[in-house]
Write a protein that binds this ligand. Structure first.
Ligand code: UT7
Length: 332
């Protein structure tokens, strides 16, 4: 980064949590007009996780955040900033990050939520890096978490087969420039706000309004095919721009972790970037699209499979509603 600061941030802890309940494509066939074959060939997804009836977002965040802090070997009281990236808040007031604060024990942290849909975690990484670079924060917990199955319209087969629940988290601390997060980029195009949206549940169409209920507005809507095309273009462009700015060639990247929405998008972006298959990570088959939790959950799987080791050069790029897209190049 050429931002004038002499320090950046590095990941000192990583953790994730998936709810226990597994929903397979075959399970969906029982009540949605779809098939395992369609879902598998169009998306690569085989199963996703779903919260239990008595679970909600803060339960997932508590597990993921606690795991990341344990991985870092840190006392939760050391955290001075908690950022929760989510599109599926626990409740409108207060912020989800405030609700979960006592459960995590991060009692000295300032807490806020970040809304950037599927790019939320990568946006959060970038925000945290900035606070650490300026010296405003020393230990930051960034969580990407979603409880998407509560916002799915189970009569809309074009969306309900795609998404899953989960949470992933990292702990960031200062590092000298040249280590940790090396380069970031983020973009927004609000002129395409309506291609992925949840139109109801806010002040325009409050959840209680008859219009909201009759038009099924408090559910996720997506024009999938349009989204697909923009996603491939945007993920490729932002990944290239981050590598170029850092002066890093594709062959130097140990692992590319793209947003896990669709295996065909992951493959297309990997090919356009000129990456070999073994450089591209995917776990979409087992978790589906977990939006803001997608990148950190993939990082956890990559670490656990020995595909992301300490010192590896990792490129993480996300894309989602807003539209938003973002990329972070870091040495793990
Ligand atoms: O996380 C935020 C970013 N999100 C993404 O990046 C998602 C991007 N989009 C996609 O992943 C894909 O566009 C989808 C998986 C959502 C859809 O795949 P597609 O190849 O773009 O399919 P399509 O929307 O063009 O639909 C093809 C056909 C349609 O039937 P007709 O009109 O050709 O007769 C749909 O009605 O597939 C039908 N279809 C289904 N059939 C069985 C749509 N959903 C289903 C389904 N099961 N679940």
């Amino acid at each position: 980064m050429h931002d004038g600061f002499d320090r950046t941030a590095r990941i000192v802890g990583l953790g994730g949590y998936l709810p226990e309940r597994v929903m397979t494509n075959r399970d969906l066939e029982a009540f949605v007009e779809t098939s395992d074959d369609w879902i598998t060939t169009r998306t690569g997804i085989k199963e996703r996780r779903m919260v239990a009836d008595d679970e909600a977002l803060v339960d997932l965040i508590e597990r993921a955040g606690t795991a990341a802090l344990a991985d870092a070997g840190l006392d939760p009281a050391a955290v001075d900033l908690l950022i929760v990236a989510t599109a599926t808040v626990e409740q409108p007031i207060p912020a989800t990050s405030a609700i979960v604060q006592p459960r995590l024990g991060v009692t000295n942290a300032a807490c806020f939520d970040l809304s950037a849909a599927c790019s939320g975690f990568t946006y959060g990484l970038n925000v945290a890096r900035q606070f650490i670079a300026t010296g405003e924060a020393t230990t930051v917990l960034v969580v990407g978490a979603e409880c998407l199955t509560r916002y799915l319209d189970w009569t809309d087969r074009t969306t309900c087969v795609l998404f899953g629940d989960g949470a992933g988290a990292v702990v960031l601390q200062p590092a000298p420039q040249g280590e940790g997060i090396l380069q970031i980029a983020w973009r927004t195009d609000g002129s395409l706000a309506d291609i992925i949206s949840m139109p109801g549940g806010g002040c325009r169409y409050p959840p209680s309004s008859m219009e909201s209920i009759h038009r099924r507005l408090p559910f996720i809507k997506m024009r999938g095919n349009e989204t697909f095309k923009v996603a491939v273009r945007a993920l490729t462009e932002i990944s290239q721009s981050v590598l170029e700015a850092a002066g890093i060639g594709v062959d130097q990247v140990d692992l590319f972790i793209p947003h896990q929405a669709n295996q065909r998008i992951i493959q297309a972006v990997g090919q356009r970037l000129g990456l070999r298959d073994e450089q591209v990570f995917s776990n979409v088959h087992r978790v589906g699209n977990t939006s803001a939790a997608s990148i950190p959950l993939a990082m956890v799987d990559a670490r656990d499979q020995g595909r992301m080791r300490r010192g590896d050069l990792v490129l993480a790029s996300s894309f989602g509603g807003g539209l938003t897209w973002a990329s972070s190049l870091f040495r793990y």
